[in-house]
Ligand binder design. Structure first.
Ligand code: NAG
Ligand code: NAG
Ligand code: NAG
Ligand code: NAG
Ligand code: NAG
Ligand code: NAG
Ligand code: NAG
Ligand code: NAG
Ligand code: NAG
Ligand code: NAG
Ligand code: NAG
Ligand code: NAG
Length: 808
């Protein structure tokens, strides 16, 4: 009897693994911005059926009626008109739309005014029954069609419930997500083909699409779709292309024509880039269901068909959905286990698992789907952008997704090997574009210092050297003609001879000087093991941010700021205000954050930074200041989430700043600020993140906040925060367990650290190292309370890049 009952605890982990954590995911978090009903200023997230790091993201494409402020990059918008249901999307990105390709659209009439070449004549409002869950999306259109979709890795299944009357599925190969206003960054269609097989039961073909954020050349996507039952009729069509695309033959000044039906089983664009597609008609006077599966591939029609057939073996849509749920639970959600007892705050459960969900929609694991070169095992796309995810998202992948992550890092190195540079942004099989530094360097350094296995670091270091030493060619991208912004570090022509990015010869001089410094510190970290002779050189360069530091420049009572410096060496202080950045755009002195914000982003040498800002007390006073309301002098506009502090949690450069009190041994203040930011800006609501989620970057910041630790990128160091749950089991590094427990959380506002134990030992530092608990697992025990206690007495977190240059 005794023996029998002692077996029970062994069964517990098994039961836990089968728990359906996906039920806590709210897939709409981030779909809306501050203006109710509109996407603008929101997370720009994808809503639909997808797998962790999957290739296909099956969901709707919409057009928001208020085009001047629409942001349709994720496809879904709260009230936008549906123009199609397509196979590929980005998630969370704020730049020009990419994808929204390989679509279907259910229509109940083709009569005038419908012109199937003009989506504005058939687009549909959603009238209700909209729902989404992991792997699933469904809604009802004004024309009476209800539809549901389920996502698999390279394929999707669609179920359309038509009302009585005519029933059509339109396949427009030339469909893609357009840009809001129309610009040189628009996507474009570069031709395609479609073939109807088996009397319309199956169709195959390809479309080529370029442009968007990465400014890519055309990339070919093959597709293979079929229907559960053959349609009554199927017809291909073609029509002249009237999209205004440079260097392409088209009729851009003409109105959109009507399609031509030529009764051919195959239509192909040809040299005039004609639009092609097909209409499938399911004639039946009564209501009925039409089901379809579509597979996609970058290699061939055969592969697209094989994905469809192998990944979606059943016509029951729920089989695909439950397959998705199983995969997400197994590969993602079950890796963080907290109590789901009824006493647990459900909102926090939703925030936890939804945050994990949004971090796994991008990048895309395209292994086996590389059309560019043959001999790589690992191939990844949709780094949109590394500028966003290097700060704390990838450190999460390192711990929780070591297999995927090693493949991702190898994929970055393979891109360098075959294309000359690792990407900072990449989509559509094309590097582009670089917002600041060459931040893949930071990913490699972070992986290196934490000992990610399975990487050839000889090659990894070579890839980083390329970024550090070779000026990328200029593609004359109209958003910044001054230097190459496709890949690499465009302003190396300043950086190498001058030791800073100059304000007269280069754009984004302040932010790039600071980011390039961090990139060179990344080289230091890898050089320590791979090329010791290079360490001094890059350590020296990693301190180049000091070259633009004006020690006597004063603003709002604070002395010492980064200041624009001319190539002649002079500081240019005329009209300079470090709390302003123009529009924080490509042509400005700093990108997507003010110099004031960037001045806090020197994680490798906080020691010098604190000295430069006037020592501990002045540094603390300055931190206190940037978290105070109404200190921001830069208007963030409608995209600003109502933030009036200088510190802007809605944008990535400031991610680590709320934790910088750690460097003063005032961890309680970091907890106070970061917790308040989490509470104020992250919600279980459609307007639930403070700005573009940026491929899950914002979600990952918040996730670390909830777990009670924060990684210092490029160092094997984690800052100790304060967890939101009293017991968290995390499966890290493959199959080790890190358990984080906390007492005291039952009382409101009782989240300040009173004491910490790591692996059972009392801990007096506010940080720990990777090998302490993140490699083999371990325990962190928090005693929490309402007192803002100065509990830490040990060393402040390290400044491994500490280096003082002669003052300029
Ligand atoms: C469109 O957005 C602008 C900017 O927020 C707003 O002022 C205007 O009222 C909106 N128009 C409509 C029709 O929603
Ligand atoms: C939603 O679905 C229900 C049940 O399937 C149906 O009765 C209803 O008409 C649908 N449409 C709307 C707009 O609610
Ligand atoms: C819809 O039609 C407009 C006007 O022709 C076009 O600009 C846009 O690219 C089309 N596609 C979508 C998905 O909106
Ligand atoms: C369409 O093509 C089929 C087979 O090639 C032929 O039998 C049929 O008559 C054609 N229909 C029209 C309207 O041309
Ligand atoms: C029409 O729909 C009805 C009801 O769903 C079904 O029984 C019948 O087989 C369909 N007929 C055809 C020709 O598809
Ligand atoms: C899938 O299952 C859900 C509930 O489990 C149900 O509401 C829905 O109608 C099902 N969809 C299909 C296409 O079977
Ligand atoms: C964490 O794991 C321990 C040891 O297996 C177990 O006792 C505890 O209940 C788990 N906690 C949660 C929240 O799953
Ligand atoms: C649950 O957590 C949310 C967000 O963290 C908080 O706003 C809410 O007050 C909590 N609810 C309860 C009942 O404690
Ligand atoms: C690492 O890459 C280098 C350069 O391509 C190659 O010479 C070496 O054999 C590789 N090392 C391993 C262990 O594969
Ligand atoms: C650091 O770099 C500067 C600029 O290249 C150079 O003048 C200086 O000698 C270097 N310092 C050391 C210690 O190498
Ligand atoms: C501030 O420092 C710069 C560079 O060190 C120097 O050129 C300038 O004269 C100084 N200005 C004042 C007001 O001290
Ligand atoms: C998990 O642990 C087992 C044995 O301890 C080991 O053989 C296996 O490789 C580990 N798996 C991973 C993914 O690390």
């Amino acid at each position: 009897m005794l023996a029998k009952s002692s077996l029970l605890p062994l069964l517990a982990p098994l039961v836990a693994a089968q728990h359906d954590w996906s039920q806590y995911v709210n897939p709409f978090i981030g779909g809306e911005g501050p203006i109710p009903g509109q996407a603008f200023g929101g997370g720009d997230i994808f809503v639909g059926g997808a797998r962790p790091f999957g290739v296909a993201k099956v969901g709707i494409d919409t057009w928001e009626t208020n085009v001047s402020i629409s942001t349709i990059n994720g496809g879904w918008t709260p009230k936008g008109l549906v123009t199609g249901i397509s196979m590929m999307h980005e998630s969370g990105t704020g730049g020009p739309a990419k994808y929204g390709i390989i679509s279907q659209m259910p229509l109940t009439t083709l009569d005038a005014p419908v012109n199937i070449l003009d989506n504005r004549t058939y687009w549909q409002e959603r009238v209700g029954n909209e729902s989404a869950s992991v792997g699933y999306y469904g809604a009802e259109l004004k024309n009476g069609v209800s539809f549901q979709v389920g996502g698999a890795r390279h394929s999707g299944i669609m179920q359309y419930d038509f009302p009585a009357g005519d029933k059509y599925i339109l396949v427009d190969v030339s469909h893609f997500l357009p840009n809001e206003g129309g610009s040189n960054e628009d996507q474009y269609y570069a031709g395609g083909a479609i073939e109807i097989e088996s009397r319309g039961k199956q169709y195959t073909g390809w479309g080529a699409y370029g442009g968007g954020f990465s400014n890519s050349g055309p990339s070919t996507t093959y597709f293979c779709g079929d229907f559960e039952q053959a349609p009554a009729e199927a017809h291909t069509f073609r029509g002249r292309n009237t999209a205004p695309v440079q260097r392409q033959h088209n009729l851009a000044s003409n109105t959109i024509p009507h399609p031509t039906f030529r009764n051919r089983s195959r239509e192909e664009s040809g040299p005039l880039t004609d639009r092609v597609g097909a209409v499938f008609a399911f004639s039946n006077s009564t209501a009925r269901t039409v089901k379809s599966r579509v597979g996609i591939s970058f290699i061939s029609v055969e592969k697209a068909c094989a994905y469809k057939n192998q990944e979606i073996r059943s016509w029951n849509l729920n089989d695909t959905v439950s397959g998705a749920v199983k995969e997400w639970n197994q590969d993602v959600f079950s890796k963080i286990q907290v109590s789901t007892a009824p006493t647990v705050n459900r909102t926090n459960l939703v925030l936890l698992y939804s945050s994990m969900y949004f971090m796994h929609l991008m990048p895309s694991d395209r292994t086996g789907e590389n059309p560019l070169w043959e001999d790589s095992k690992d191939y990844w796309d949709d780094f949109y952008a590394i500028w966003d995810i290097f700060r704390c998202t990838v450190s999460f992948y390192h711990l929780f997704q070591p297999t995927y992550y090693a493949s991702m890092v190898r994929g970055l190195i393979e891109i360098w090997k075959y294309e000359g540079f690792m990407p900072d942004g990449r989509s559509g099989n094309y590097n582009g574009i670089v917002q600041g530094g060459s931040n893949a360097d930071n990913i490699l350094a972070d992986a290196y210092v934490k000992g990610l296995p399975g990487i050839n670091w000889t090659e990894g270091y070579q890839a980083m050297l390329q970024d550090a030493e070779v000026i990328p060619f200029n593609t004359f991208n109209p958003i910044d003609l001054t230097n190459g912004i496709q890949q690499g570090r465009g302003a190396l022509y300043d950086w190498i001879p001058l030791g800073f990015v100059s304000a007269d010869k280069s754009t984004r001089a302040i932010s790039r000087t600071i980011e390039y410094s961090a990139n060179d510190f990344s080289l230091v970290q890898v050089a320590k093991g791979e090329a010791p002779q290079d360490v001094q050189k890059y350590l020296n360069r990693s301190a180049n941010w000091q070259n633009i530091w004006a020690h006597n420049f004063t603003h709002k009572g604070f002395t010492g700021f980064p200041v624009p410096r001319l190539s002649t060496g002079e500081f240019n202080v005329s009209d300079y205000n470090p709390a302003l950045c123009g529009g924080c755009e490509w042509q400005d002195i700093s990108y997507e954050a003010t110099p004031f914000e960037y001045s806090f982003t020197v994680p490798h040498d906080m020691q010098s930074l604190i000295e430069f800002m006037g020592g501990n007390d002045e540094f603390e006073r300055r931190l206190d200041y940037i978290f105070q309301p109404n200190t921001s002098e830069q208007s963030l506009g409608a995209n600003g989430a109502g933030i009036t502090t200088i510190m802007n949690i809605g944008n990535e450069p400031d991610f680590a700043t709320p934790y910088e009190y750690h460097y003063l041994n005032k961890q309680a203040k970091s907890v106070n600020i970061s917790r308040a930011l989490g509470n104020e800006f992250f919600h279980d609501a459609t307007y639930g993140v403070p700005g573009n989620s940026d491929a899950g970057a914002l979600n990952s910041w918040f996730l670390w906040q909830m777990l009670g630790v924060y990684p210092v990128v490029t160092q094997p160091v984690y800052l100790i925060g304060s967890p939101w749950f009293s017991d968290i089991n995390m499966t890290i590094n493959g199959n080790n367990t890190l358990r984080v427990t906390a007492t005291g959380l039952d009382n409101a506002n009782s989240y300040f650290v009173q004491s910490v134990k790591i692996n059972g030992q009392a801990w007096n530092k506010n940080w720990f190292e990777h090998n302490d608990v993140m490699k083999n697992g371990g325990t962190i025990e928090f005693e929490l309370g309402s007192e803002m206690k100065a509990w830490e007495t040990g060393d402040v977190p390290p400044s491994p890049g500490h280096y003082e240059k002669p003052r300029p």
